[in-house]
Design a protein around this ligand. Structure first.
Ligand SMILES: [Zn+2]
Length: 227
């Protein structure tokens, strides 16, 4: 006799294998992953972006401040520049010199602008590398395989009794309406709903509660941390 269990979803015999279980498992994994990871990934992304941006801005400021200093030094080295500034652009010198000086100043300004643009480009184009660096500082830790929290999770103690899979969504909806008046749907219903709802947009799903009360157990360590 074949002891392999029938499909838990549609009750078809184990062979040939139907896709129900693996389909539902994929959905359940996706949902669990979202519940477990979404907030942490958001938090990590914000952290990485803000540090990368800060670094890029500082690098840009270092580049431009050197460039602005060189620009100022160059200007003050130009003939007649000091007197030109002293008389606010109307020094008592020959207009030919003034014109020549103005030409040099405007060229120097244009050169400074080009240089600042180049500094900005050079800084911003380093984002991929800088993002990699800060993402690299995030550590992902899997728990120890021998940890009691891994080998005997609290909800495994009692085992599971069969509650069946409710295929009649219509009957379920009716029951759900009745329940809504008095109380929340029973836990097994909620768990099934979480695992097996496809394609319907809802609010964030409630976190499923393990069937056995886990009193006094320490929280598992966070999987992500900053080094
Ligand atoms: Zn099936």
């Amino acid at each position: 006799m074949d002891a392999a269990p029938n499909c838990a979803i549609c009750n078809a015999p184990a062979y040939p294998e139907c896709p129900c279980e693996s389909d539902r498992l994929q959905i359940a994994v996706k949902q669990a992953e979202n519940r477990a990871m979404e907030t942490r990934l958001d938090e990590i992304r914000d952290w990485v972006i803000s540090h990368a941006r800060q670094h890029i801005l500082h690098a840009f400021e270092r580049l431009t401040s050197t460039r602005k200093q060189a620009h100022a030094t160059y200007l003050s080295s130009l003939p007649n520049y000091a007197v030109y500034m002293q008389y606010s652009g109307h020094p008592p010198i020959h207009p030919v010199y003034i014109h020549q000086l103005q030409q040099q100043i405007s060229e120097a300004h244009a050169e400074l602008k080009r240089g600042i643009d180049a500094d900005w480009r050079a800084s911003v184009l380093r984002y991929p590398e800088v993002l990699d660096y800060f993402y690299g500082l995030i550590s992902l830790r899997l728990p120890d395989e021998d940890s009691p929290r891994v080998t005997s999770p609290p909800f495994a103690a009692a085992g599971y009794s069969d509650r069946g899979y409710d295929n009649s969504r219509v009957g379920y909806e009716k029951k759900k309406k009745k329940h809504r008046e008095s109380s929340a749907p029973p836990m097994d219903r909620r768990r099934e709903e979480l695992m097996f709802t496809v394609g319907r947009r809802r609010g964030p799903p409630p976190v499923p509660t393990p069937p056995v009360q886990s009193s006094g157990l320490p929280r598992p360590p966070p999987m992500f941390g900053y080094q």
